[in-house]
Ligand binder design. Structure first.
Ligand code: MTE
Ligand code: MO
Length: 348
């Protein structure tokens, strides 16, 4: 087992993660045979600096600013005693899939070169953010909530913080303290983080120290210099198979995968084994929740040995379908094209 990064606390074994510039990308084969949720031991980690170790006994969350009537401070026990809700939703990095601008479209874009493993789905439990804001006396003229992390400042930009419109904050955002039935692990935001369904991962600020509520549109480096103009996530699909996996000739094999979209449910998944000439519908199984993913499977009986390419293409309820090429995006976000997944077919 390898523990290569001082910036991440949990073990990062090779069979679960690919390390990318101080961040840990989940290997998709690590989801094979797993249930609907991504277990905490294999959930991707994206840290601007390092995971801080925070003592829940001395931790405080401050809610303040002109958008609330009362400046309030909450401790961990008060948070746990508030009305709670459970939400099953994905957190996905805006740059997920960035490496395919390079490997597939030969147009590399700087930034963390994520494959498709910068996503995970967990069962989050916590206090609806709207409830907490009401408790602090949310004013009708409030505009943005600016959550700030307690991790070390990033370069010369201060603590990680990104404005969140009040309308979204009171709609479905969770102030989460539990992940898949246990207290948030340190790397995922202990003692409390935001979980913002359907939106780019940077909205889900970890290690919350304070929430400033403004009465004017707020701006921080995290909605101007980094991650400008991105909110919801596009349609993507992945096979639960290793990159360059070996598959025996014949079969049939049942191939599993998952598709997701920040804009609603997936309504159709098609798979091609011949480079996109023909497409077959995959079968859905299990549940599919808005803001999370749809598990699917399809049979395949390859007839010749050698390199093959698997392609999966999903369509969501808004009608958005994965294209074959994604137009260049300056920051490398929004890669939604069908990913060409190489496998080797061999004699059994
Ligand atoms: N305080 C703080 N919150 C943060 C970050 C961070 O570096 N510091 N990274 C953000 C980004 S870019 C992503 S994609 C998600 C990743 O969440 P995870 O590490 O729990 O998977 O956390 C977000 N929240
Ligand atoms: Mo991210």
């Amino acid at each position: 087992m390898k523990q290569a990064l001082a910036t991440i606390v949990k073990p990062l074994p090779d069979h679960l993660f690919t390390l990318r510039e101080g961040n840990a990308e989940m290997r998709w084969e690590a989801m094979a045979g797993e249930g609907y949720h991504t277990p905490n031991d294999r959930f991707f980690v994206r840290n601007h600096t390092s995971t801080p170790l925070i003592d829940a006994a001395t931790w405080r969350l401050r809610v303040h600013g002109p958008g609330v009537r009362h400046s309030r401070t909450y401790d961990y026990r008060q948070l746990l005693a508030m009305p709670s809700r459970t939400v099953d939703t994905a957190i996905e990095c805006a740059g997920n899939g960035r490496r395919f601008y390079d490997v597939q479209q030969h147009d590399p874009i700087p930034g963390i070169q994520w494959g498709l493993g910068g996503i995970g789905v967990a069962r989050w439990r916590g206090v609806p953010l709207g409830h907490l804001l009401e408790h602090a006396g949310l004013r009708p003229d409030a505009v943005d909530v600016v959550p700030r992390g307690l991790d070390a400042p990033f370069e010369n930009h201060g603590h990680v913080r990104r404005p969140l419109p009040v309308a979204k904050a009171v709609d479905d955002v969770l102030l989460a303290y539990e992940m898949n039935g246990v207290p948030l692990p340190p790397d995922h935001g202990f003692p409390a983080r935001l979980v913002v369904p359907g939106w780019v991962g940077i909205a889900s600020i970890k290690w919350l120290g304070d929430l400033e509520v403004t009465t004017e549109e707020a701006s921080t480096p995290w909605n101007t210099v980094f991650y400008p103009d991105v909110t919801t996530q596009p349609v993507r699909s992945a096979f639960e198979i290793a990159w360059n996996a070996t598959i025996t000739i014949g079969g049939p094999h049942i191939l599993h995968g998952r598709s997701w979209s920040g804009n609603g449910r997936i309504v159709r998944v098609e798979v091609s084994f011949d480079g996109g000439l023909t497409w077959q519908q995959a079968e859905h199984h299990g549940h599919h929740l808005v803001g999370a993913w749809l598990p699917w499977h399809i049979g395949w009986a390859p007839q010749r040995p050698g390199p093959h390419v698997l392609m999966a293409r999903a369509t969501d309820e808004s009608g958005a379908t994965q294209p074959l090429i994604t137009p260049r995006q300056a920051f490398g976000y929004n890669f939604d094209a069908v990913v060409r997944h190489p496998v080797q077919v061999v004699h059994g």
